[in-house]
Design a protein. Structure first.
Lengths: 495, 137
């Protein structure tokens, strides 16, 4: 039955995507769906795209393993949108850029900053895609016993077909559909799980767990306070630097709509993230024996409800999990492919197609060979890289006139480079001992301040490299669209 | 309208019977109020006045953003310290749910939404003020 659910989600995704085909005519359609998507659609799409395997499966699993300290993960993933809203959303939309490299070019008038941003977008995208494919393999093995590579390959193929056939317009509809599917797939089984828990006499966690697992900073983990703060910093500041999130803001008609969309996104995410922690808490009582705790969401309905109803609920949850893989992977693929097509290839629809294949195949290969870490941990590393590279670029670029192109370049290199190095060392080697492990597994607390410091300091040292058109760019970024002002004639290259 | 004559400045005179003739002037209110250019043009031409307008907009919006971020940082950064400083809080219950769970897995989400709503309202208000300022005839 779970297999049937997976097939249904795949077919539905492709069918809904097919509706987009007749709309997508020009290159501009492919990239941003002509900016005619309404705020609720847009917000649902952002939610659908953002709630990845890490949110759907990983959070509950990590809470089951590590307890209350992991509650910060969904808090940070939601709160990141509040930071994004106040610092970035409206100016970014008003910049008129389609992608992060576009923004870098528009603001700093430098091709080298643009290329560095492109490389970082591709790296972050791949780092985020890899665990999606890995978890898809894990889920498919859980329900059918198929080899691990099969699930990843299946998701990769569906995503590639979908992106190739419809571009972003179709993706917007698919993503919006995916959010509501994911919410239902997690909320409905939870109702039955809680009823089963109630009829079981509403047990509490064991006395040992109540003393340590349920309590934050209980000292079970070394350097718990450092890890908690580093996690908070990475998630709150990293959200704004995720390429697949930002590309969504360009589909708003203007800056005000971008703000309102973000507000709706916050509500949608808040509603969703109430659920995984309850799964984690129930899992601690009913499934403490799991080896790969990422599977806890899939396991609970069978164990607690059982029978045909249990099978049905398992099928629903599995469908939701596949919706999570498909939507996040599609969004990431669109943005990574867009950047590859514009900055590495010639641009245009044909390059976009070649780039899509590149965007999918590299992380698929990585997923098959790399060491399998918990999915939420790898995604957390992607957030750390985004927080130490694009967060300073966006915040300083939008609010500080004296940012110079050399300063931006230096900050991207140092911050992004250090975070990437920490990620690489963690994924390839590791786990390490004591303080080194904490510093490498949660690098944001030291890489983010370094990135900001380098960007500001180098900008002060190179005042002659402050872009000439900065005053005009500031008018463009900050003034409401209804004012008749000269906003310069910069256009993104992909239009 | 009162029929009284316009009050002219009377110079106290020693003789009293012959009023002194004075020139009546009016401040050129209309001319003084209207700037030479509309403010949008000052901004377009990047004059000093245009810069002042832009800086005021940026400063208002940045202060608002900074305020929200500071409140957020105090709440989010303060919670782990609070749990660390007051161990009783970590194990206390709120309606049968441990306090850290009630806060981190529940109450904090509606708080985010309310904060975001207030921010959007104020940011749009700031932009309206700016528009009124530069579009004033």
């Amino acid at each position: 039955m779970s297999l049937a659910a997976v097939v249904t989600v795949m077919v539905a995704t492709v069918l809904i995507g097919a509706f987009g085909i007749r709309f997508s005519r020009t290159t501009s359609d492919f990239y941003v769906a002509s900016r005619t998507v309404s705020p609720l659609w847009n917000a649902s799409a952002i939610g659908g795209e953002y709630l990845s395997a890490a949110s759907f499966l990983g959070v509950a699993g990590l809470i089951l393993s590590f307890g209350a300290d992991m509650l910060w993960l969904p808090v940070g993933w939601t709160g990141g949108y509040l930071v994004l809203l106040v610092l970035v959303s409206a100016p970014l939309r008003r910049s008129g850029a389609y992608t992060l490299p576009d923004f870098a070019e528009a603001r700093l008038e430098s091709m080298s900053v643009r290329r560095t941003a492109s490389v970082l977008v591709v790296l972050i995208g791949w780092l985020y895609l890899m665990p999606q494919f890995q978890s898809a393999g894990l889920v498919l093995r859980t329900i059918t016993g198929a080899p691990v590579w099969a699930g990843g390959l299946l998701v990769a193929v569906v995503v590639a077909v979908n992106v190739l056939s419809g571009g972003m317009r179709s993706i917007t509809f698919v993503q919006a559909f995916q959010y509501w599917l994911k919410l239902t797939a997690l909320a409905l089984p939870l109702v039955f799980l809680l009823l089963a828990w109630k009829s079981d006499g509403a047990p509490a966690v064991s006395a040992a767990d109540a003393a340590t697992w349920q309590v934050p900073l209980a000292g079970g983990k070394e350097y718990g306070l450092y890890s908690t703060y580093s996690l908070i910093l990475a998630t709150f500041l990293g959200t704004m630097g995720l390429p697949h999130v930002l590309v969504r803001f360009y589909t708003n008609p203007d800056g005000q709509a971008a703000r309102r969309t973000t507000l709706v996104v916050l509500s949608l995410l808040g509603a969703f993230y109430l659920l995984p922690s309850v799964y984690g808490w129930l899992g601690r009582m009913y499934a403490p024996d799991l080896v790969r705790t990422d599977a806890v969401v899939l396991t609970l309905p069978g164990r607690m409800v059982g029978g045909t109803l249990g099978d049905l609920l398992t099928a629903l949850v599995t469908a939701g999990a596949f919706a999570a893989f498909l939507s996040t992977s599609s969004g990431l693929t669109v943005s990574v492919a867009g950047v590859i097509a514009q900055d590495l290839l010639k641009g245009g629809v044909r390059s976009f197609r070649i780039a899509t294949l590149m965007a999918v195949s590299v992380p698929l290969a990585l997923a098959l060979w790399a060491r399998a870490l918990p999915v939420a941990d790898v995604v957390g590393l992607a957030f750390a890289v985004a927080a130490s590279s694009f967060c300073p670029l966006l915040v300083l670029g939008i609010w500080w006139r004296r940012l110079s192109s050399t300063g931006a370049l230096a900050g991207l290199f140092v911050g992004g480079g250090l975070a990437c190095a920490a990620v690489l060392v963690t994924i390839v080697g590791g786990p390490y001992e004591g303080l080194a492990d904490a510093l490498l597994a949660q690098p944001a607390a030291w890489t983010v301040p370094i990135a900001f410091t380098v960007m500001v300091a180098v900008s002060f040292l190179t005042p002659h490299r402050v872009p000439a058109g900065v005053a005009r760019t500031m008018v463009r970024l900050h003034t409401p669209e209804n004012l008749a002002l000269d906003r310069g004639d910069w256009r993104p290259r992909s239009s | 309208m009162s029929p009284e004559p316009r009050p002219a400045r009377r110079v106290p005179s020693g003789r009293g019977d012959v009023p002194r003739r004075v020139t009546v002037t009016s401040p050129r209110t209309a001319a003084a109020r209207r700037p030479r250019y509309p403010a949008t043009r000052e901004i377009d031409e990047q004059t000093h006045l245009g810069e002042v307008y832009m800086r005021s907009l940026l400063r208002t919006q940045f202060r608002l953003a900074l305020f929200v971020c500071t409140v957020l940082a105090c709440v989010v950064g303060g919670l782990p310290l609070l749990f660390l400083a007051i161990p009783e809080l970590r194990e206390a219950d709120l309606l049968g749910i441990p306090v850290p769970w009630a806060v981190l897995a529940g109450l904090i989400y509606p708080a985010f939404v309310v904060g975001a709503w207030l921010y959007v309202r104020q940011a749009e208000r700031n932009e309206r003020h700016f528009a009124d300022l530069v579009e004033r005839p």
